[in-house]
Design a protein around this ligand. Structure first.
Ligand code: NAD
Length: 357
């Protein structure tokens, strides 16, 4: 019998329990040997719930175990680079949740550590494993939209700031707000589907407005944890807008965790001279193409898939075949980290930023 791939989960919170752990458990080639959380009770609860593994509080214990092949890093953003680099230096393959890191500089250090140690570093840009997104990429690659000149991205909720005052709204921990948390997925889809057009300039503005007065923030839902009674920090973007020029299409975007318009939007428009696509984020897409003098509108039906399961299975397969490159490899995702840095730098300085190289 082939040896199982041995993995460890670092950070036993929402995404680990909802996606990573169930997906590993479904994969017969995998053994989860460790559950690690800085709050030991969370790691112990996972051992009890899933009936396997050892609970540890300090991830360094995992690094000492030569049996561990790979780790899923599911901690808040500020620990992504620190834990990833330590794991890579210990020759463990890494699947680190998105965003790669709090900022571009940290993401570059992670990339360097992956190269130096000749280990895999994949980032949890899970939409690259979504069949709707893959289908759009194939259509754009095959020229079905013609020349795509503009991509518009909207990720706007009504009143949906996560865990106000907690990790998500504290810049030192999260690195940013709605852009780094939601926008990262949207920009990543754009770059993937458009085959990474080189970014040239970014011009953006960000707003830390609606959640600033934490006790008086009115909301309809609060995901992550409900921290309404926490005396915490709120210093990130609750909304953001801007424009990125690239060697390919112009990318315009507007994002909001909270806004005073109750019309949530969650889509990406790919606008080409022969056709256009509206991707409804996490769902299907609508297509318009001009053909034989007519405009044909359609909503394709394709094989839907569970993209988190695909992501985890692909990581496990990647550990068996490290020579393969997944679309979520740090070398592809790094461009989104660079763009987000440019957006935040432009917003902070109120000036257009020119990207180097
Ligand atoms: N791919 C997606 O769509 C998606 C969705 C949700 C969250 N995420 C990402 O996953 C990460 C975690 O988010 P979450 O919602 O699960 O947060 P969470 O707060 O529910 O879980 C994080 C866990 O990490 C633990 N932790 C913190 N520091 C640690 C350390 N040094 N060592 C070990 N454990 C530590 C915390 O105690 C907590 O249990 C974030 O980076 C987030 O952006 C991705």
């Amino acid at each position: 019998m082939e040896k199982k791939i041995v993995v460890a989960i670092i950070g036993c919170g929402t995404i680990a329990n909802s996606q990573h752990i169930p997906a590993y458990l479904k994969n017969e080639d995998v053994e989860i040997k460790y559950f690690c959380d800085i709050i030991l009770e969370k790691a112990e609860a996972a051992v009890k719930k899933y009936g396997c593994g050892i609970a540890v509080q300090d991830y360094h214990e995992i690094l000492k175990d030569p049996e561990v092949d790979g780790v899923s890093i599911c901690t808040p953003n500020h620990m992504h680079s620190i834990i990833s680099i330590d794991c890579l230096n210990a020759k463990k393959h890494v699947l680190c949740e998105k965003p790669a890191a709090k900022n571009y500089e940290e993401a570059l250090k992670m990339q360097e550590a992956a190269h130096r140690n000749n280990c895999i570093l994949n980032i949890g840009v899970v939409n690259r494993f979504n069949n709707a997104v893959r289908t759009i990429k194939t259509m754009i690659d095959h020229g079905e939209l013609g020349k795509v000149h503009h991509v518009h991205v909207s990720f706007r909720a009504f009143r949906s700031i996560p865990g106000i005052g907690g990790a998500f709204t504290t810049k030192d921990i999260a690195g940013g707000g709605v852009l780094i948390d939601w926008g990262v997925h949207y920009l990543d889809i754009v770059m993937y589907c458009m085959s990474d057009p080189k970014p040239l300039t970014a011009s953006a503005e960000q707003f830390c407005v609606l959640g600033k007065d934490i006790p008086n923030y009115i909301y309809t839902s609060m995901w992550a944890e409900d921290t309404r009674n926490v005396q915490g920090v709120y210093d990130v973007d609750d909304s953001i807008t801007g424009l990125i020029r690239t060697k390919g299409p112009v990318i315009s975007f507007i994002g909001a965790w909270a806004q005073n318009v109750n019309v949530p939007e969650s889509y990406i428009d790919f606008l080409g001279d022969k056709g256009g696509i509206r991707l409804h984020y996490g769902e299907n897409f609508d297509l318009v193409v001009s053909k034989n003098g007519s405009l044909i509108q359609s909503t394709p039906i394709f094989k839907s898939n569970h993209h988190f399961i695909d992501e985890i299975n692909s990581f496990v397969d990647n550990i068996k075949h490290p020579e393969k490159r997944l679309p979520s490899h740090i070398d592809t995702v790094i461009i989104t980290a660079k763009m987000m840095q440019g957006i935040y730098d432009s917003a902070a300085s109120h000036k257009e930023i020119k990207f180097k190289n």
